[in-house]
Design a protein around this ligand. Structure first.
Ligand SMILES: N=c1c2ncn([C@@H]3O[C@H](COP(=O)(O)OP(=O)(O)OP(=O)(O)O)[C@@H](O)[C@H]3O)c2ncn1[C@@H]1O[C@H](COP(=O)(O)O)[C@@H](O)[C@H]1O
Length: 87
């Protein structure tokens, strides 16, 4: 099972190698504005899933929000430790 750190390493590597067909590369190319819109969209989907959908669907929406937050971290050059130190 993939962990937060596994996904972050994969996304970071794709940002450098830029493989063809990568959704991450496409999202990074949309920039902070585009990534921010995806974060807001996914956050709303998390909220709606928590209100009206199953726990499994909620978990999936949360995973997508985590993914887009990680893309924003990579876009801005933040490492997980930059986040953890605020927790
Ligand atoms: N975990 C994710 C992940 N979660 C969400 N998403 C993307 O985030 C979007 C959210 O999906 P929605 O259900 O909201 O779908 P949607 O609104 O129809 O999506 P769009 O039309 O807006 O793209 C989709 O485009 C998904 O592809 C993800 N894209 C990639 N990953 C993982 O990231 C890694 C790198 O992926 P690639 O760069 O695509 O190789 C791989 O391990 C992937 O599994």
């Amino acid at each position: 099972m993939k962990t937060f750190d596994d996904l972050f390493a994969e996304i970071s590597e794709k940002a450098v190698s830029r493989p063809e067909g990568s959704g991450t590369v496409a999202e990074l190319d949309r920039g902070v504005h585009g990534i921010g819109k995806k974060i807001v969209e996914e956050a709303a989907e998390v909220w709606m899933a928590a209100e009206y959908q199953s726990d499994e669907e909620l978990a999936e929406e949360i995973s997508q929000l985590v993914y887009h937050l990680q893309v924003m971290m990579v876009a801005k050059g933040l490492a997980p430790a930059d986040i953890w130190r605020h927790l």
